[in-house]
Design a protein around this ligand. Sequence first.
Ligand code: ADE
Ligand code: ZN
Length: 336
Amino acid sequence: MSIEKFVKAIPKAELHVHIEGTLEPELMFKIAARNNILLQYQSVEELKMAYKFNNLQSFLDIYYAGAKVLITEPDFYELTRAYLEKAHSQNVLHVEIMFDPQTHTNRGIEFKTVISGISRALTEAQTEWGITSNLIMCFLRHLSEDDAIKTFEMALNYKDLIFAVGLDSSEKGHPPSKFQRVFEMALKEGFKTVAHAGEEGPADYVWEALDLLKVSRIDHGNNSLNDDNLIQKLIGQQIPLTVCPLSNLKLKVVTDLKMHPLKKMLEAGLLATVNSDDPSYFGGYINENFLSVAEALNLSKQEIALLAINSFKASFLEETSKQEMIEKVQEFFENS
Ligand code: ADE
Ligand code: ZN
């Protein structure tokens, strides 16, 4: 079996995808027209030309501008449905989707509108395709902790729909310690926690995410590799890293995929996974991420299978479901 077919067919979970980052240009134009919103770009082609990023911030500016077309419950439903359809076509069996409520509530959209549209699509995907899911509500770290607390209080009305809280947006200058209180509140209410750390920020931010925010896993975590003690902790406690190869390339976290640390991470015994982050902006969904990094680093089928197993191990699935999924991957690998 070719690597392409192997990657496509292997069962997998996606643990790091921002729903606003799955907004394809075509859908952005369609929803903008429906909502009478004039985009800054004349065409899909012109918009795609703007997708050239120098760093995280240059991407975030365009990503937040794009999200402004999302107004109604059906907008959020259609966005989520489109991602799930893609995920299903790529043999993703379980997804943990991040959403950024403040991107919407701070421009007057009701929290309920956002979460209802997303959740309706998630429920439907489970019924239609058997895809299981967990929602992760992220706080925007460039905003204040008080703003995050206000958002958290709104979210408590929808507690049953949210599994974990996370931390995203501009990393440098906004350490995890800034959000210690709101994460404590979340932990007290029984939410799991995750945080973007070590994408552009230093290894110290990964330490803070672990020690202060008590995260179950680290989103990205690339710069952990600069700190030997941290590497030993992540390996020892098998704390997962949700790695996003095409995102790292497009945001210049790595200069070339051939320099990507993923293979070294696996060889060191880190629990690394492959994810798409913001697929419509970075040129590929989960399978394209697997394929590009497999090609650049010459990954074997065994390493790809390990990454698929890791995706379930690192998920918030219950232990029995995790084992079932891991057995599916092993069975696929043995018969391939
Ligand atoms: N929000 C969406 N994508 C992100 C990323 N890669 N880093 C931080 N915040 C984000
Ligand atoms: Zn991310």
